[in-house]
Design a protein around this ligand. Structure first.
Ligand code: ATP
Length: 324
């Protein structure tokens, strides 16, 4: 391996910059050339490359988003598009690439690797924490801390006015953000895609908490929750069936993806970047770098994208106990 490319793809997440920095600096340390690709697979197809050195990544470890931009690229889903991408990489003399992204980005890398026997290495960068083969993805810790910060603020106003708040957080397919931030922020109930709590139980729980003397409540709702109602419909439903609460809704949205990465995400990204480059040097390919029991592990990318990680049942139980 003489020349490694690095890029970010799919949804951005805080800590991606720290991962880019780590890949670039590890290449410099190992005397390997490093090329950055802008705008993910689209930039690969367009040949949007930039030669990097250790100084190209100064002052980015603390920044959210990705300096390389991210993109979604339909063309890369086609054989023709991937051929264009391959030709661009060859023209530039690139031997291998490190992709920082989520499931979709990895699916693209697997296809590319199969078609061209091109060495690829994945680093999981997504706030959703939904990738098999790693306990944590880069950006998740920052996202849950952001959500907890905001809920703390909402709690101040909720308790001053005896209000019930439905707070919608990201998570279309998985409830990791909702569950972790919910427990961390002391939410009354947590509605996640993996489990349908049911409207009756929600009403019972709210009734119980009012009776027990709680003056305010916060219910966290993941976007993909299966209760069958969005946060606004939930508000109407509760107002109709349980008129003891003054109900408000807060949809957190994209702020959950932004902000400076936490120390945890920066350290994780730095470790994963080093491992990704070292694995390529060792001749490994088609793996994703993950972390388990605080040790870096390599998982075949094909395995990593097979399914979403399951929710932590233990944490769900803790959440239940905390709401008594
Ligand atoms: P996240 O879901 O966290 O936002 P992601 O990496 O899963 O991140 P996607 O939008 O699913 O984001 O994928 C990013 C890009 O990867 C796509 O725009 C496309 O270019 C490429 N890609 C995704 N799936 C495939 C596939 N099956 N074959 C080829 N390329 C793919």
């Amino acid at each position: 391996i003489k020349k490694v490319a690095v890029f970010t793809s799919g949804g951005d997440s805080p800590g991606m910059n720290a991962a880019i920095r780590s890949v670039v600096r590890t290449c410099a340390y190992k005397n390997i050339e490093c090329v950055a690709i802008y705008r993910g697979y689209q930039g690969m197809i367009d040949g949007d490359f930039k030669q990097m050195n250790a100084r190209s990544v100064n002052n980015i470890i603390n920044k959210g988003g990705t300096i390389l931009k991210s993109a979604r690229c339909e063309e890369f889903r086609t054989e023709k598009g991937r051929k264009k991408a391959y030709d661009q990489l060859k023209k530039e003399g690139i031997d291998a690439f490190v992709v920082i992204g989520g499931n979709g980005s990895f699916a693209g890398a697997v296809k590319f690797n199969r078609e061209y026997d091109f060495p690829v290495m994945g680093i999981p960068g997504t706030i959703d924490n939904d990738i098999l083969g790693t306990s944590f993805t880069i950006g998740f810790d920052t996202a849950i801390n952001t959500v907890v910060d905001v809920i703390d603020k909402i709690r101040d106003t909720a308790s001053s006015h005896n209000r019930l708040f439905f707070v919608e957080v990201m998570g279309r397919d998985v409830g990791h953000i909702a569950l972790n931030a919910g427990v961390g922020a002391g939410a009354e109930e947590i509605l996640i895609p993996e489990q349908n709590l049911g409207l009756e139980r929600l009403l019972d729980s709210l009734k119980r908490s009012k009776k027990s003397g709680k003056s305010s409540s916060i219910v966290i709702v993941a976007e993909g929750d299966k209760i069958g109602k969005n946060v606004f419909e939930l508000k109407e439903y509760v107002e109709e069936h349980l008129p003891i609460y003054d109900v408000r809704v807060s949809v957190l949205g994209h702020m959950q993806r932004g902000g400076n990465p936490t120390c945890f995400d920066r350290v994780l990204a730095s470790r994963m970047g080093v491992r990704a480059v070292e694995a390529l040097i060792e001749g490994k390919s088609n793996y994703m770098v993950g972390i388990r029991d605080n040790k870096l592990v390599l998982t075949p990318i094909e395995e990593a994208i097979k399914a979403h990680t399951e929710i932590d049942m233990e944490l769900l139980r803790v959440s239940d106990i905390m709401t008594t």
